[in-house]
Design a protein around this ligand. Structure first.
Ligand code: URA
Length: 430
């Protein structure tokens, strides 16, 4: 425990009364909480005080550094390559890591992508990749290092040794209504990313119906807080604010999102997925010192696909194996002709989750073939009777609850009623 001891009740009162915590107090609190000396009930009161009263920039920095110090840190300097990573705050149909990692790695930089599993309506990269027969998410630090050296990219589960204080605090926030506090979100994400040892980091901070932060002003504040934390810690960090009002691409699920990612790596795929993949790849390669890389060319020529195949093989997967297909499908058709006016990300995410693509508890399994395939995007002209989307599940009993989630989530009207959204990539923050 840190040399100077404090009283957690005094610290809670300080934050409750709009005071400022010192570096020594924050170091002590996080260390004492990790060791179990400060109890969950006390830390829950502190998290609520932070949610209500906020934290100043020095406090957020101290909290992040204390959570990093609670566990191990990784270091890839011996690779002799620039390391660059991406983190997304999560959304519906957000499979961008899958085409992005091999695309960026194909330019000779190392991409250590430590990823998570899905919880609630947003999917997890590891769940998606586990649709590929044989693919393995858990690697030792030595395997990870060797793969970064030999292939350039890796997507694997973060070891439990990185920022254990965050793991404990995040689980507590999840059950105490204290997830949505910018100082807590920013320190949680950045403690893990800084501990991972990447030299550069691009953040994809979402706003809109399917995102953590509905509102662009809040996501801007979160992005700026994280960018400052990264740069202060010596990690070259920038962020793109991107629209998550509507699902990304046409596939929402696991195996179907892998299929769509492979289409992008083959030079095709939905325009929005391609646009965001290219924007994030440019940003990552710029931070890695290769600002004029021919990113589109690497997709068109198969250069990125070659790296994808090597990464999947290196982790035990068969890039040519057939992906799982659901036992049952249910197609929803257009009730009238017109224009698809809206497609709200959150209800589509909830529907895919109810079909079995996501989990309610961390220990639940996911059904890899469950999900939704859209056949039209908002703004498209549709004719009465044409398929709008297909639900897939292993048990047909899941369709009713998924359809319930989709009530009011989409609408067809006249072309004059259609309101287009702003650009997918709304802002860049550095
Ligand atoms: N993801 C995290 O890792 N932490 C948060 O607080 C929110 C999202």
């Amino acid at each position: 425990m840190s040399s100077e001891a404090h009283d957690i009740i005094d610290l809670i009162r300080t934050k409750r009364d709009h005071g400022t915590l010192t570096t020594s107090q924050i170091d002590w609190m996080i260390d004492a909480y990790t060791r179990g000396y400060v109890e969950d009930s006390q830390m829950a009161a502190m998290a609520m005080a932070i949610l209500l009263n906020g934290m100043g920039r020095p406090e957020i920095r101290d909290l992040t550094l204390a959570m990093i110090a609670s566990g191990e840190t990784m270091n890839f300097d011996a690779l002799g390559k620039t390391t660059v990573d991406k983190h997304s705050t999560g959304g519906v149909g957000d499979k961008i890591t899958l085409p992005l990692m091999p695309l960026v790695a194909s330019f000779g930089v190392a991409v250590p992508q430590l990823s998570g599993r899905g919880l609630g309506h947003t999917g997890g990269t590891l769940d998606k990749l586990e649709s590929i027969p044989g693919w393995r998410a858990s690697l030792t630090n030595e395997e990870m290092f060797a793969q970064l050296r030999d292939v350039g990219g890796v997507i694997c589960a973060a070891g439990s040794g990185l920022a254990p204080a965050d793991k404990k605090l995040y689980a507590l926030r999840d059950i105490t209504g204290t997830v949505e506090a910018i100082p807590l979100i920013a320190s949680s994400i950045m403690s893990k990313k800084i501990a991972e040892g990447t030299q550069a980091l691009v953040l994809d901070v979402k706003f809109g119906s399917g995102a953590f932060m509905q509102d662009i002003a809040k996501s801007r504040e979160l992005a700026q807080t994280m960018v400052d934390l990264g740069n202060d810690a010596g990690v070259r960090t920038s962020a793109l604010l991107t629209d998550m009002h509507r699902p990304l691409g046409l596939a929402i699920g696991n195996a179907n999102e892998v299929r769509e990612s492979i289409e992008v790596l083959a030079g095709g795929g939905p325009a929005d997925v391609v646009e965001l993949t290219i924007a994030l790849a440019r940003e990552m390669l710029t931070l890695a010192g290769i600002p004029d890389a021919d990113v589109e060319g690497a997709l068109a020529s198969g250069q990125a696909m070659d790296t994808w195949r090597k990464v999947i093989r290196a982790q035990g997967g068969d890039p040519d194996a057939a992906l799982p297909v659901a036992r049952e499908t249910h197609v929803v058709h257009a009730e009238r002709s017109g224009v698809l006016l809206e497609q709200l990300a959150l209800p589509f995410g909830i529907a895919a989750w109810r079909l079995g693509a996501g989990r309610a508890r961390a220990s639940d399994p996911v059904q890899h073939a469950a999900g939704i395939d859209l056949h039209a995007k908002a703004g498209d002209a549709v004719v009465a009777g044409q398929p709008l989307f297909t639900l897939s599940a292993d048990e047909p009993s899941r369709f009713a609850r998924a359809l319930e989630a989709l009530e009011g989530a989409y609408a067809i009207g006249d072309a004059s009623e259609y309101v287009s959204r702003g650009p997918l990539v709304a802002e860049r923050i550095s």
